[in-house]
Design a protein around this ligand. Sequence first.
Ligand code: ADP
Ligand code: MG
Length: 257
Amino acid sequence: MSAAMLELADARLTYRRGAARFAALDGVSLSVAQGECVGVIGESGSGKSSLARVIAGLAEGATGTLRLAGEAVPITPGARRREQCRRIQMVFQDPVGSLNPVLTIGAIIAEGMAIHGIGTRAERRERVAALLADVGLDPALAARRPHELSGGQRQRVAIARALAVEPDLLLLDEPTSALDLVVQAQILNLLLALQEARGLAYLFISHDLDVVRHLCHYVHVITAGQIVESGPTEAVFAAPQHPYTQGLIAAMPGATR
Ligand code: ADP
Ligand code: MG
């Protein structure tokens, strides 16, 4: 495995709760190498989306340090340069809410390229067609709008939009949780094929242990904003060390332990 693409150290994020503040992220550190898929598993409310938002530069008030391919990237949204934003892209859980309903699929995919000054208008149109093909969609869908697509097709569009600006790191925040099992498997296989073809670094966030086991080389277990266990995926599943991880694995459907 090559040098780290992403290095995050001591990430912290607090939210207001009544009169007090609580830590949604309480000192999280992790790294992802090029071509590697690192998983983050934890139950709802454990801080997974907060972690993705901090790395994506969407979390106001976050602290910690972030490096991308060795280069320091500001952790707070306002301070990040456009080029640094381009290199980290995110795919969200909800394929309905994350696509602008008034734009065509082609415009949605081309938007980021225009923002980052990639290609002429004609070149972007060609790239949209190629990207749609890359994610297994008919390029003719470029003229459609999100509501005309199925959930799985929408998530393919979200992946194409992320890939359009040629990121180094893809943040996948429960990208298949809203999909039924067959479609979920198709999207996961697409993600694996795209990673192999492009050598991308993935941070894959999920509450679904089976999915993480299928996809990730390495896994972190998060609860209450802290990573409590980390290791190669198979080692963690075979012999979980932390009681929280042991509980998660014992609660898996079909668990025999
Ligand atoms: P997960 O993605 O693992 O379900 P989140 O990162 O979304 O967890 O949330 C972690 C904790 O922070 C939860 O207790 C959640 O209720 C809280 N939280 C998330 N976003 C906000 C927000 N914008 N304001 C206040 N609390 C929030
Ligand atoms: Mg979440």
